[in-house]
Every structure is written in structure tokens, then in C-alpha cells.
Ligand binder design. Structure first.
Ligand code: EPZ
Length: 427
């Protein structure tokens, strides 16, 4: 149970390089299940969820080579011999995105047994829309003993209208539809850049997909897919986290290797708050200029303000003059970080799906607890401006989605170190 010890007060100065997107890499690795030929993925972030996905695929019989040294951000996956199309509870409970194997396994093997993910810190997060969509493509699905059991002769094209916009639901059905007989038309799809990146990979594998990145996606099924090589897009949430850190610490930070066109909602909000940013095709420079102004934010599906930035924005709002109302519309329980920030002296009131943040308040270092991936990132940001030392416990959450965050922060002037918990020696 590692912890971070952070001494606040240093402006972040210099350049930080962004890794590949976790939320694009996970579906891309699942897509390799659709073919018996090797799929080579580059710009894979070195985060724990990638390791969990490697274990998941290997347990089914896939050969998964995670690169190291100079090739450390490259993985080669070959699913020639899929012994058992099954995702166990042991793995799914550690990473709900494991359910992304459901669609590809049904399409490729005609059957799948995947554990239901269960509850999550940020909300109920059911997968009913994944199941409904697969049933529309003709899959027979039974849920028992905590597992989804699916079987089908051959999936058949159909029209799918998602009741609600779902990112991994869109990705799961998109992958299934590639090997489906006939045409599938999906409506009310997620438009996240990670969905478009997955479609780009699938088309390189021989799929016939149009409209990814829009609300309507058309897929003409093919009988077989082949291997391909693909570079994963940069992580827009990691980039945004560092941009927010630069603004919050009144620093001068160049965030490079990102795609600014994926960050419009954040960059517009920062302008409203009074933060100057300049960007090129693959970098954003953020220059703090003293006082931050309060501004409300409402989380929405892409291209709206991402829910995965809500916590980081809340940390910034504690340092803004005035009252910011943060409304969380995607997940029903995503304010755990607020109570930890209150322990550091922030003035935040929760009213249902709204958090009322009054600033500016001087934060003071304290012992705090991370509850999920983005909450832990927000506590790191709060600690960077707090007086004195903050100790963040359970940083294993942050390791799931941020590659070497403490090294990247230290390289631009943050006082941060990781301490490992010395486990008592077994008798
Ligand atoms: C993806 O999760 C991301 N994860 C999440 O990032 C992100 O927060 C979320 O999209 C929203 O942007 C990955 O891409 C691996 P959803 P996902 O299905 O697909 C409800 C991070 O920090 N819903 O778009 O699981 C659901 O409960 C993570 O990196 C159903 O009701 O999210 C939620 O309220 C956290 N039934 C809403 O839809 C379903 O079958 C959106 O969820 C599916 C979803």
C-alpha cells in the first residue's frame, strides 16, 4: 500500500511528456481477440490496468508480449489459440473494463463467459446496455452465478439505439459488429476520441466501419479480420491533469505529446477561469497568472466537460476567487475526493449531484485517502498547493491510470516521493 508524501508550494516549471491513453489502449488490446493474427500496439502506457489486461488475455490462451527497454510502450498480442473464452471474477473485479472482452469473444468464438463487474466507488455502473445490444445482434445471454454466459451461431446485423450514451458499451458493440453478418447501425453512440481510435485500429484489421466519433456508426460485417499495427492516441485526461496542475501552482508548464483538439472543453473552461494557454498541434503551454476566477462546470459526454476531469477541476476551484458549482451528471457517486479536500481546509458543500466550492481557501497538508483513480489525481493537485506536507494513502488507484506520475511531477519541480508500506514479516 504505497503512499505519496507531497510538500506543497512549488510552481511547476518545464516540460512534461504525455503517455498513451489508457482508455484507448484497453479496448485496442481487447480488439486483438477478433483475429488469429498478431496485433501490434504502440504508445501503450505503462500502467497497472494494462498489466491486468495482459493477465486477462493470457488466461484465455493469448500470447501477449509487453515490450520493455526502448520498446517498453509497445505490445504484441496474438490470439491464435483461445483455449477458454472466459474472464474470471478475480480479474474483472480489479478492472471493470475487462467487460470489453465480451463482444469480441462472442463474435470470434460464438460463446463467452464473463464475470459481471459488480459495484464501483463512483457508481453502480451496470453493463445492461452492452447485453441489450449483443442480444439485438442475436446473442443468447444468460446471467447466473455472477457471470454473463453468451452463445450464438453467428451474430446478425441490426439497428441498435443506446438508451444512454456509454463509452465501453459503444466500443464493445462496435467490436462485435465487425464480424457480424450484414450491416449494423448504432445510434446515440459515445463520441469520445477513444472510440474513434478503436475504429481506426479495427479498419486497419480489415473491418468496414463508418461514422466513429459521431453519434451514428455504421458497420458492414466481414467474415474475418487480420493483424495490424497501430499507435494509440495520447491520454487526454493525463494531459488535462498536468495542465490543471500547471494552472493551479501558478507555474509555466509545457505539456507535450498530447492532442489539444481533444481538450477543447477544458481549455475553454480554463480561459473562463483566467488561465492563459497556448497550444501547437501536439502541445499545450499553460502559464499561471495569479488569481483564478470561479466558474461553474457540468460534466457531460464528449465533447462536453469530461467526468474524468471533474475531481481535478474541483481542486482548482478551491483556489479560485468566488463560488464554483460543480455538477456531476455521469456518475452518481463521484464526490469522494471532496470530503478529503475538506480535511485539507477546502470549503465544499455537497448537495446531491452538485458540489458548491467556495474559494479561495488556503489548503493545509493532511493525511488523506484516495478512493478511485481520478480522485487520487485531484488529491495530488490539492497537495501541490497546500501548506506543509500531505500524505496520500492508497495510491495504487493512481498507478492504474497514470504512468510514473511522481517522476513526471518531480521533473518539473514538485516535491513528491513515494513511500512503500513495510508489511509485517509473516510468522
Ligand atoms: C468509460 O467508462 C471510461 N472507462 C471511464 O473512465 C469514464 O469515466 C466513462 O467512460 C465516462 O466518460 C474506460 O473507457 C475504460 P459509460 P464506462 O458506460 O464506459 C451508465 C477513468 O477514470 N451505463 O460511458 O464504464 C453508467 O452507469 C474511467 O479512466 C448504464 O447505465 O462508462 C454511467 O452512469 C472511470 N448501463 C453512464 O452510463 C450500461 O450498460 C456512462 O457510463 C453502461 C453504462
Amino acid at each position: 500500500m504505497d503512499k505519496f508524501v507531497i510538500r506543497g508550494g512549488n510552481p511547476l516549471l518545464g516540460t512534461v511528456r504525455i503517455s498513451g491513453a489508457k482508455n484507448a489502449a484497453l479496448p485496442a488490446m481487447a480488439a486483438a481477440l477478433l483475429t488469429d493474427e498478431p496485433v501490434i500496439l504502440e504508445n501503450i502506457p505503462q500502467v497497472r490496468d494494462i498489466e491486468t489486461t495482459r493477465e486477462l488475455l493470457a488466461a484465455m490462451g493469448a500470447e501477449v508480449e509487453l515490450g520493455y527497454g526502448r520498446a517498453q510502450h509497445r505490445t504484441t498480442i496474438c490470439c491464435r489459440n483461445l483455449a477458454s473464452p472466459e474472464a474470471s471474477y478475480e480479474l474483472v473485479k480489479t478492472m471493470r473494463a475487462s467487460t470489453l472482452v465480451l463482444g469480441p469473444l462472442i463474435a470470434r468464438c460464438g460463446r463467452a463467459r464473463v464475470s459481471l463487474p459488480g459495484g464501483c466507488a463512483i457508481g453502480a455502473r451496470p453493463i445492461d446496455l452492452h447485453i441489450k445490444g449483443l442480444e439485438r445482434l442475436g446473442a443468447k445471454i444468460v446471467q447466473e452465478h455472477g457471470y454473463v454466459e453468451a452463445s450464438v451461431e453467428r451474430l446478425r446485423g441490426a439497428e441498435i439505439v443506446f438508451d444512454k450514451i456509454t463509452v465501453t458499451g459503444t466500443e464493445d458493440l462496435l467490436m462485435a459488429a465487425t464480424l457480424t453478418e450484414g450491416e449494423t447501425i448504432m445510434q446515440n453512440c459515445a463520441r469520445e476520441p477513444e472510440v474513434a481510435d478503436l475504429a481506426c485500429l479495427l479498419n486497419k484489421m480489415g473491418a468496414n466501419i463508418e461514422g466513429a466519433g459521431t453519434a451514428t456508426i455504421r458497420v458492414k460485417g466481414v467474415s474475418k479480420l487480420h493483424g495490424a499495427k497501430h499507435r494509440i492516441i495520447p491520454d487526454r485526461i493525463e494531459a488535462a491533469t498536468f495542465i490543471a496542475a500547471g494552472a493551479l501552482t501558478d507555474g509555466d508548464l509545457n505539456v507535450c505529446g498530447c492532442d489539444p483538439s481533444h481538450l477543447d472543453a477544458l481549455l475553454q473552461k480554463l480561459q473562463e477561469v483566467g488561465v492563459k494557454t497556448k497550444h501547437t498541434s501536439d502541445s499545450v503551454r499553460v502559464e499561471g497568472n495569479g488569481a483564478l476566477k470561479a466558474a461553474d462546470v457540468i460534466t457531460e459526454e464528449y465533447p462536453g466537460f469530461p467526468t474524468d476531469l471533474q475531481a481535478q477541476y474541483m481542486a482548482l476551484a478551491t483556489q479560485a476567487e468566488g463560488t464554483s458549482i460543480v455538477t456531476e451528471n455521469i456518475f452518481e457517486n463521484r464526490f469522494m475526493h471532496a470530503l478529503e479536500m475538506v480535511r485539507m481546509g477546502a470549503n465544499i458543500k455537497i448537495e446531491g449531484r452538485r458540489a458548491i466550492v467556495r474559494g479561495k481557501t488556503q489548503l493545509s497538508g493532511a493525511a488523506v485517502l484516495a478512493s478511485d483513480l481520478r480522485a487520487s489525481a485531484s488529491l495530488v493537485l490539492a497537495a501541490l498547493v497546500a501548506e506543509g506536507e500531505t500524505i496520500i494513502d492508497r495510491v495504487y488507484h493512481i498507478d492504474r491510470g497514470y504512468e510514473n506520475i511522481e517522476e513526471k511531477l518531480r521533473a518539473v519541480g514538485a516535491q513528491i516521493r513515494r513511500i512503500g508500506e513495510i508489511l509485517p514479516r509473516k510468522k
